[in-house]
Write a protein that binds this ligand. Structure first.
Ligand code: ADP
Ligand code: MG
Length: 641
């Protein structure tokens, strides 16, 4: 079962060869049965050549090179046996149906596989680039960071970038599956292959084409194809052994039929029928058909599984651990309150923003947005040290300037009991302290909102049978408790004041109770993502580290989809079980027919190929239903309640 990918080969295999085979068979049958014309053997010969030779050759090659017995070989052998006993028409029927069903299978499987590659077709080849006063058209592949691209209404974004001027609505459905257009203005990130709906935007390129979102997604998914699902590996393992067994069984049956007193011809014919009846094609293809379809459906909903293994593990997950900031919350925090007894607010903000300018933490982004909003000039500090889950520092010794959480403040020797801190501490918001050496300069609080979809998603996960929910955060406990209360997470499920290593330890502890999924944004939690049985990285813009560490890249911002994806992971299994029962049942019937009821070869072939197509199509049902929540699909919207 080779999967050719080049378009020419695809056309040849899926159209030209089957067509030739069908023509050959038609001429042969007409000549032999109706016209009694001597061309019949030549026509059958054509069928054998076109329908059998390539498959037979391929099968022999894989036997020789990889010591793998291809099931296709069984078909070719059966057809040869039919010809040997003077039934070339039946052999030709076998090869024809085989060629047609192979081509249909290839198409079906190709559809599943190409869902992600289709994104590639969505990016424009050229872009309008500002050059001095004029605008010129350049190939998208030549864009480099810093170029300013003009996006007219209706234009697709050629590479990743940020808006520098203008504002408008962006349709990101191709990437995130999100049907609601997103409003974007200066500073907002734009992703490759999304569509500018109305505004005229100037976008500064941030990534070259090869590193842009779609390219990264395709790389992730194609690399992941190697990570086969356990059930996929099983069916390959099983298919191998079973194929050998069928071959030996057919030989034994032949000998048996001879001993029973059948003629040489009769025995060979019936052994060939048995071989076709017992062929495991359906069993071998049913798992990849279901898994590939499920992966593609998920990809269209903005959830990229790095292979079937991640999908199957997610189905078994009993504990879900979440990072708080940027995962359960939007991460788009706002500065809520500033206290600085000795400095004007503006100067305080400039000082802290200078420290945070290099940080990728959502809090840093909030502070920088505030300075921008107030039109303040920020001078970046360059000797910056990041202390994950604590804050940032710059400078040495007593002159060290720092910004961060209470843990960092205490380590720097600052006194957090000052009267002027009382109000801000009581706020149950995240507080960032700014100080120099032991001296505390001031503090600000940031208000971060839970994602609107988090609450329902956590409830849905519990309803799916997830027994453990955990919220893990480096933030202080009162803040975590407040967010937790909003989201329906109990206090004993909340773990606060954690360092990145603590998250890893907690995830490890949860694994004692079954498979664990960790959902994070990659800021200070890449290690936990990697440690979990299934690491799920949030957000298209999720850092490269997070995408590498994770098993699932979650491009949509809609938490509801995560719960939906988790629920759906059980569907492939159900379908695989159904298919397996069907395939084995059909095979048993056909084998009984071949052994005991003189089942004619063409009927065995129809039963066998029909069964194989059935399991492929049944698996493909998973493809028809991309994950969408938040908006009812057209079907359910009109269905009676
Ligand atoms: P979470 O686990 O909720 O995603 P983090 O572990 O990233 O949070 O951060 C924990 C805490 O460390 C934050 O709440 C904040 O107080 C502090 N912190 C981390 N990075 C920074 C930074 N760049 N500037 C200021 N404070 C920071
Ligand atoms: Mg975080």
């Amino acid at each position: 079962m080779s999967h050719d990918t080049s378009p020419l080969k695809r056309i040849r295999n899926s159209l030209v060869l089957p067509a030739l085979v069908v023509i050959g068979l038609t001429i042969g049958v007409l000549a032999e049965r109706v016209l009694q014309h001597p061309v019949a053997p030549w026509a059958y010969g054509l069928v054998y050549l076109v329908g059998g030779l390539p498959e037979g050759w391929q099968a022999l090659r894989s036997l020789w090179h990889d010591h793998v017995l291809d099931i296709d070989l069984l078909m070719v052998l059966a057809a040869l046996a039919a010809a040997a006993v003077g039934a070339p028409m039946e052999g030709a029927i076998l090869l024809t149906l085989f060629a047609i069903s192979q081509s249909l299978e290839h198409r079906a499987m190709g559809r599943a596989r190409r869902a992600v590659e289709a994104l590639m077709a969505l990016r424009p080849d050229t872009a309008l680039v500002r050059q001095g006063e004029t605008v010129v058209e350049r190939p998208a592949a030549n864009l480099i960071p810093g170029d300013v691209v003009v996006l007219r209404p209706g234009a697709r974004v050629p590479v990743d970038g940020v808006v520098v001027a203008g504002e408008g609505l962006l349709d990101e459905a191709t990437l995130t599956g999100e049907s609601e257009p997103q409003h974007k203005g200066p500073g907002a990130a734009l992703h490759e292959a999304t569509v500018n709906l109305n505004g005229v935007l100037d976008m500064q390129v941030t990534r070259v084409l090869a590193n842009s979102t779609v390219a990264r997604m395709i790389r992730l998914v194609t690399e992941a194809q190697a990570a086969r699902a356990p059930s996929e590996r099983f069916s390959e393992w099983f298919g191998q052994r079973y194929t050998v067994a069928v071959l030996l069984g057919a030989l034994a049956a032949w000998a048996g039929f001879l001993a029973w007193g059948l003629s040489q011809q009769e025995a060979l014919y019936r052994a060939a029928t048995l071989m076709v009846a017992a062929s495991p094609c359906a069993v071998v293809i049913l798992v990849p058909a279901a898994i590939l379809s499920a992966l593609s459906a998920a990809a269209r909903g903005g959830i990229l599984f790095k292979g079937g293994a991640a999908l199957e593990t997610l189905a078994e997950v009993r504990s879900f651990a979440f990072d708080k900031t940027g995962t359960l919350t939007t991460g788009r925090a706002e500065v809520a309150r500033i206290v600085s007894p000795d400095l004007p607010e503006a100067e305080f903000l400039q000082l802290i923003a200078g420290l945070e300018a290099q940080s990728e933490h959502p809090i840093a982004a909030a502070i920088l947005r505030e300075t921008e909003r107030r039109g303040l000039v920020v001078t970046e500090r360059h000797d910056l040290r990041a202390h994950p889950s604590e804050g940032v520092t710059s400078g040495k010794g007593d002159a060290t300037l720092w910004a961060g959480n209470p843990r960092l403040a205490k380590r720097m020797g600052a006194d957090l009991d000052a009267d002027w801190l009382r109000d801000i501490d009581a706020e149950q918001r995240t507080v960032v302290y700014l100080g120099q050496g032991k001296r505390l300069i001031g503090a600000l609080s940031v208000a971060d909102q839970p994602r609107p979809t988090s609450h329902a998603a956590i409830a849905a996960l519990r309803a799916n049978g997830v027994s453990e929910i955990a919220m893990m955060t480096g933030d202080r406990r009162p803040v975590a408790l407040r967010i937790g209360a909003d989201l329906g997470v109990a206090p004993d499920e909340i773990h606060a004041d954690l360092l990145p290593g603590d998250k890893v330890d907690l995830v490890a502890r949860l694994t004692a109770k079954g498979k664990v999924a960790f959902v994070g944004d990659g800021v200070n939690d890449a290690a936990a993502l990697a440690r979990a049985d299934v690491g799920i990285a949030m957000g298209v813009a999720g850092s490269e580290v997070a995408l590498q560490a994770a098993d699932v890249a979650f491009l949509a911002e809609d938490m509801g989809r995560l719960a939906e994806a988790h629920r759906r992971t059980r569907r492939p299994r159900r379908i695989i079980r159904q298919n397996l029962a069907f395939a084995i049942g059909a095979m048993v019937l056909l084998v009984i027919g071949a052994l005991a009821f003189e089942l004619p070869l063409p009927l065995a072939v129809i039963g066998h190929e029909g069964g194989t197509l059935f399991v492929v199509l049944n698996g493909l049902r998973l493809l028809a239903d991309p994950i969408r929540t938040g908006r009812k699909s057209r079907l359910t919207a009109f269905a009676p309640q």
